[in-house]
Design a protein around this ligand. Structure first.
Ligand code: F6P
Length: 550
């Protein structure tokens, strides 16, 4: 049965009519309601009081979760059932941070020892590279890491790298070391990634689940040439390693599979940051210990996600509020607004996690959805976002926002004579914005303030704009892991409720196929001056213009 045909969906549709008649200005006066929409687990505080919701909304969303079989679906995922039906795969990113004592079976095989075997190898390898026992071809220590990969083989690791790099312990551990990411096939990206690097000191990781992704493989060949031009072909063995599930392709590329770190088909690309995809580059740069803390944080959130009932389950509640806003109140976008510069890559990462997962047109068993699934995610760290797109979220479209803030900065700064320190200045904005969105400003208030009548309509804020507030103590490797898992699970919950398969991505294929035809044309035109043919008139015109053909 489609979720939109269930009694809970119908009840929520009716309830939405009621909620449309309320305003957050009034709802926020109700102390009991505010207290009832607040949850805290392991230092992560979720304040949902600025949702267009009451306790009754939460109860109805929990009914929806029950009708969607949410708890059963979460268990099926955790137990290694092949819930990714179109690829016949289990979905076990939680196994990547599971403790040794756990046992998770896929086809009767316990995958947890395999996970720990790879982690042990990474621990030993990163120690050897950082300690200088593993040297480059000319005997120099390898202190510069370039991680080549795209999509899930890039976005998660970069998000975590940025989150950790100004943590004081991590910064100390990474002193005089460099970690760069190379993702885009645009030659500008490779130029930037290699700028000022010394091949003698550089270790390159080619990260690709399939080891066939066109962008990654061309970048890998480009960097392989950079190394062999500088140090000779033999040097590649000491300067290039891989992370992949396709060890055969790794060998064919010329990387010794002994220098490859595996993962498994039950790890989706966008859910792979806790595998060697993220753990290897991060451990080489920061050392293994903080990366273990990051895994611990993600595991702690997994434990909560698996144990807590939906009404007290923070990732489930975030997911249910997402469904509420998009499916019932008609708000398909979501802004991720971390008031923490180190989370500058959270939104780009969650864009892939969420949009590649839930941007689907059919249910997991192939029925066309009678509603739109998925959300449009975007974001920027505060206060930069305030000076960019907040105009729209205050007075234009209604965009539910997630505000994420911390009690303490990773790097506090206080100037004598300033009214507050720099972190308090940042957080003044963090606490003000959700209320500005919720309350708005009425015509009457503006008139009372003596605003010129002609300006009044321009200065009105309708308010009633929803947000979640997440408040944590400090951004550390551990809380980075918590946030990562929180958002991974939020996406899974929404997908489970909508009934889609959040773990395949057929929608990325068509463009790749068409690019192949264009590539063939460009090759023929460049090498044999072949005329553009076989494309529609619009594309033919563009290709001719690009190639300079009359
Ligand atoms: O864009 C499609 C995709 O398959 C993503 O799902 C994946 O994260 C990315 O390409 C990279 O894939 P790979 O790790 O196989 O190179």
């Amino acid at each position: 049965m489609l979720i939109s045909d269930t009694p809970a969906w119908k009840a929520l549709s009716e309830h939405a009519q009621q909620i449309r008649g309320t305003h957050l200005r009034e709802l926020l006066q109700d102390e009991a309601r505010c207290a009832g929409l607040r949850w805290e687990v392991d230092g992560v505080l979720l304040d949902g009081s600025r949702q267009n919701a009451t306790r009754q909304t939460v109860d109805l969303l929990v009914d929806l979760a029950r009708d969607a079989g949410l708890t059963r679906k979460i268990k099926a995922m955790a137990n290694g059932e092949k819930i990714n039906g179109t690829e016949n795969r289990a979905v076990l990113h939680m196994a990547l941070r599971a403790p040794r004592r756990k046992s998770i079976l896929v086809d009767g095989h316990d995958v947890v020892p395999d996970v720990h075997a790879v982690l042990e190898r990474i621990k030993a390898f990163s120690k050897a590279v950082r300690g200088g026992q593993w040297k480059g071809a000319t005997g120099k220590k390898l202190t510069q890491i370039v991680s080549i990969g795209i999509g899930g083989s890039y976005l998660g690791p970069e998000f975590v790298f940025e989150a950790m790099r100004t943590d004081p312990g991590c910064a100390k551990a990474a002193k005089r070391r460099t970690l760069r990411f190379l993702a885009n096939v645009d030659p500008i990206d490779v130029t930037r990634a290699l700028a000022d690097l010394d091949p003698e000191r550089t270790l390159v990781i080619v990260v690709s689940k399939t080891f066939t992704t066109a962008e990654t493989m061309l970048n890998a060949r480009t960097v392989r040439k950079w190394i062999s031009d500088a140090l000779g072909t033999e040097a590649v063995a000491k300067h290039m390693i891989a992370v992949s599930t396709n060890l055969e392709a790794v060998r064919e590329f010329g990387i010794d599979p002994a220098n490859a770190f595996g993962f498994w088909d039950w790890v989706g690309g966008r859910y792979s940051v806790c595998s060697a995809v993220g753990v290897l580059p991060l451990a080489l740069h920061f050392g293994y210990k903080p990366v273990q803390e990051f895994l611990n944080g993600a595991h702690a959130m997994d434990r909560h996600f698996l144990a807590a009932p939906p009404e007290r389950n923070i990732p489930a509640l975030l997911g249910l509020f997402g469904v509420w806003q998009s499916s019932f109140l008609g708000r398909p976008s979501r802004a991720l607004l971390p008031y923490c510069q180190s989370l500058l890559k959270l939104a780009p990462h969650i864009q892939q996690v969420d949009m590649e997962s839930n941007g689907k047109r059919v249910t997991a068993d192939g029925q066309v959805l009678p509603f739109e699934a998925g959300e449009v995610d975007f974001g920027e760290p505060g206060t930069n976002g305030q000076h960019s797109f907040y105009q729209l979220i205050h007075q234009g479209r209604v965009v539910p926002c997630d505000f994420i803030g911390f009690r303490r900065s990773q790097t506090p700064v206080a100037l004598p004579g300033e009214p507050v320190d720099n972190h308090d200045e940042l957080m003044s904005n963090f606490f003000a914005q959700p209320d500005a969105l919720a309350y708005g400003k009425s015509e009457a208030e503006l008139q009372k303030e003596g605003v010129a009548p002609a300006l009044v309509p321009h200065k009105v804020f309708a308010g009633n704009r929803p947000s979640n507030v997440l408040l944590l103590d400090q951004l550390t490797p551990y809380s980075t892991g918590q946030l990562l898992a929180l958002y991974e699970h939020r996406t899974a919950v929404q997908g489970f409720v909508w009934g889609v398969n959040s773990f395949d991505q057929w929608g990325v294929e068509l463009g790749k196929v068409l690019a192949k035809a264009v590539r063939g044309q460009l090759q023929k035109s460049r090498s044999a001056n072949a005329a553009v043919s076989g494309f529609n008139p619009a594309t033919t015109f563009l290709l001719r213009s690009y190639l300079g053909q009359a």
